[in-house]
Write a protein that binds this ligand. Structure first.
Ligand code: TV7
Ligand code: CA
Ligand code: ZN
Length: 402
């Protein structure tokens, strides 16, 4: 693509392995790994690979995963098969590790070990690109699986690539900030670093009758005020229908202050795209541009930045969002700036499915603006609620100031 160049003064690296896209959670399951293929096709179609270092990453190994996860749990993931006979033999472990029920959030599917090690491999390689100084912004869209626990799968997540990446970054950086804009609470990451003041976790999410149910206003870390980690878990519980301007206002206010007082040396940003309007599971009303401007805001701090995927259940919007955010990382402008359908046509060599599903039939990248504007989830909060939430967050941050 003409005109796509490397950004000046810094390096972006893109970490992926196309084998991830081939895995299936089951036909009815909302998590669709093929959304990553759609994303990649858009990214390449726009020529963004000319602006980045590309890395086809290797799968992570058992011992990499064991830096956080329990060995018995990893053995189970490595050897479990989807056939009935094997499952019967392992019924006790199944109940212990993945909570089987009719519509299983975390089903056992063929190639599950390959899937988890490929997702984690890309994220760990991205983290390494940062810590080694090879790149300033490293992207791993197959990562961001924030619910997985030490010895328990949860919410479509089996292995917590984020925790493993942060553990790696802590070898090079004193303080790491984790920011999570997925519509769900980043409970697994919060739990893993609950008792340390070297990692601050900040999650924006829907709260109230919504998975996983944690991340309420009083969830701020250990309660003994002298304990390390007290006040270092920051949660921003939100209600249905939050829109671009309210989310953007809150995000800037709270994230800005967090960076100011915590003074991170590196940032990990989970870019879950289920906070967009029109998502199959989410309940927010963000447009792609507003979601992307959160990325832009974090990037503007010029700290080593690890960008990860996460949720996102309307594949065409996921692909558009992560393609746009790849462009943001590279300082490339793809869509028009008026918040409407982009004037930039999808390049001819984007594969048909990506051109159609991913970018909307001849319309530009930001096309879903039009879809998303039709409010699916009406607002259930007031301006006052929002101001109270912001005030409560700033109040918590006063405890870690200075
Ligand atoms: C990071 N919501 C993950 C988000 C994980 C959300 C849930 C489903 C769901 C699962 C299915 C399915 C579904 C239409 C939606 C309490 C339950 C209620 C299963 C029906 N359709 C991320 C996890 C969340 C599985 N889980 O943050 C197979 O929705 O609410 C729950 C738990 C028990 C299980 N049932 C739902 O975005 C990647 N699950 C269809 C088939
Ligand atoms: Ca979140
Ligand atoms: Zn989510």
């Amino acid at each position: 693509q003409l005109g796509i160049e490397r950004p000046q003064g810094y390096t972006v690296s893109f970490h992926y392995n196309p084998k991830v896209e081939q895995h299936h959670f089951g036909s009815k399951h909302p998590m669709k790994p093929w959304r990553l293929q759609l994303t990649k096709q858009l990214v390449f179609g726009y020529g963004l690979h000319y602006a980045m270092d590309l890395n086809e990453s290797l799968p992570a190994e058992h011992r990499d995963l064991a830096e956080f996860h329990d060995n018995d749990y990893l053995n189970f993931l490595q050897y479990i098969k989807s056939d009935d006979q094997t499952q019967k033999r392992h019924q006790e472990e199944l109940n212990r590790y993945v909570f089987t029920d009719e519509f299983n959030d975390c089903p056992i599917f063929d190639g599950i070990w390959d899937y988890v090690t490929l997702c984690t491999g890309a994220t760990l390689e991205a983290a390494h690109a940062l810590s080694s100084g090879e790149s300033n912004i490293a992207i791993s869209w197959s990562g961001g699986l924030h619910h997985a626990k030490k010895r328990q799968a949860s919410g479509f997540c089996y292995v917590n690539d984020i925790v493993l990446a942060i553990q790696h970054l802590l070898q090079s950086y004193t303080r790491v900030l984790y920011i999570d804009i997925d519509v769900h609470h980043g409970d697994g990451v919060e739990a893993a670093f609950f008792n340390t003041d070297r990692v601050m976790t900040l999650s924006y999410h829907k709260y109230g009758e919504f998975f996983p149910g944690t991340g309420g206003p009083d969830d701020s870390g250990p309660k003994g005020f002298e304990e390390p980690g007290a006040y270092f878990s920051l949660n921003v519980p939100l209600e249905d229908g939050i829109d671009d301007s309210d989310y953007g206002w809150l995000f800037r206010k709270v994230t800005g202050k967090t960076i100011e007082v915590f003074k991170p040396e590196a940032i990990v940003l989970q870019c879950g795209a289920d906070s967009l309007g029109g998502d199959r599971l989410g309940k927010f009303n963000l447009n792609i541009k507003a979601h992307g401007s959160c990325v832009e805001y974090v990037k503007s701090r010029n700290l080593p930045l690890l960008m990860l995927g996460g949720g996102g259940y309307t594949p065409r919007n996921v692909a558009r969002t992560w393609c746009h955010e790849t462009a943001v990382a590279c300082n490339v402008q793809l869509g028009s700036d008026d918040g409407r359908a982009s004037s930039i046509e999808i390049p001819n060599f984007v594969p048909y499915r990506a051109a159609f599903e991913g970018a909307g039939n001849g319309n530009g990248l930001l096309y879903p603006e039009l879809n998303i504007r039709k409010l699916q989830h009406p607002k259930t909060y007031t301006r006052e609620d929002l101001e109270n939430t912001a005030a409560r967050c700033l109040e918590q941050l006063r405890h870690i100031e200075g």
